[in-house]
Design a binder for this molecule. Structure first.
Ligand code: FMN
Length: 176
């Protein structure tokens, strides 16, 4: 079985998930939509992966869905999003904002494993804003603040593993 992982990531967390899924799932091939064009026709299943900025998925993933919607609707499709929140209502909102409703309705699996802020990779302005955002989030969880320097990586392998199982057809249908 051939599985396409079509993803777009700004700073690397959605890419990290794509690489992990590619390694874990037999027949999976990860394609970075920022670098490569891919036609999903020849794949059996498709995983769409994106990070979230300001409540929105990455443009490349949105464009890919629009362009190949007819083909995607004929396949088993799963979505993962990387973002700080794991709150279901918010994740649902991100899906509804970014993906065609026909696709959201019939997703085979959905995964929100968490997110990452790689302070070591971003510029001064991004660092200021990301620190503000992350600390607001950590405060909402009653957790200590970030120093704005140490990379924050909170991607759950367990959640991704469950998603991989669902996409491989051996798990229960995703709760959406
Ligand atoms: C400018 C900015 C906006 C963000 N907006 C959101 C958001 O709306 N919701 C959320 O849960 N996380 C948000 N995040 C956190 C990112 O989704 C998270 O860091 C993600 O792992 C980034 O993925 P990437 O490394 O693949 O780009 C935001 C981060 C930044 C820097």
């Amino acid at each position: 079985m051939k599985i396409l992982i079509a993803y777009s990531s700004l700073h690397g967390s959605a890419a990290e998930c794509a690489r992990w899924l590619e390694k874990t799932m037999d027949g999976a091939e990860a394609v970075n939509l920022k670098e490569q064009v891919v036609d999903p026709s020849s794949y059996d299943r498709v995983i769409l992966g994106s990070s979230i900025y300001g409540g929105q998925i990455q443009k490349e993933v949105r464009d890919f869905c629009k362009r190949y919607l007819g083909i995607l609707l004929q396949k088993q499709v799963g979505v993962y999003v990387t973002c700080l929140t794991r709150e279901k209502a918010q994740i649902r909102q991100f899906l509804e904002n970014g993906f065609p409703p026909e696709l959201v309705e019939r997703l085979a699996a959905l995964c929100a494993p968490g997110g990452a802020i790689y302070f070591s990779k971003i510029n001064f302005l991004e660092r200021m804003f990301s620190k503000f955002l992350l600390n607001k989030y950590l405060k909402s969880l009653g957790m200590p603040p970030s120093d704005g320097k140490t990379d924050y990586v909170n991607l759950s392998k367990e959640i991704m593993n469950e998603f991989a199982k669902q996409m491989a057809g051996s798990g229960e249908k995703a709760e959406q």
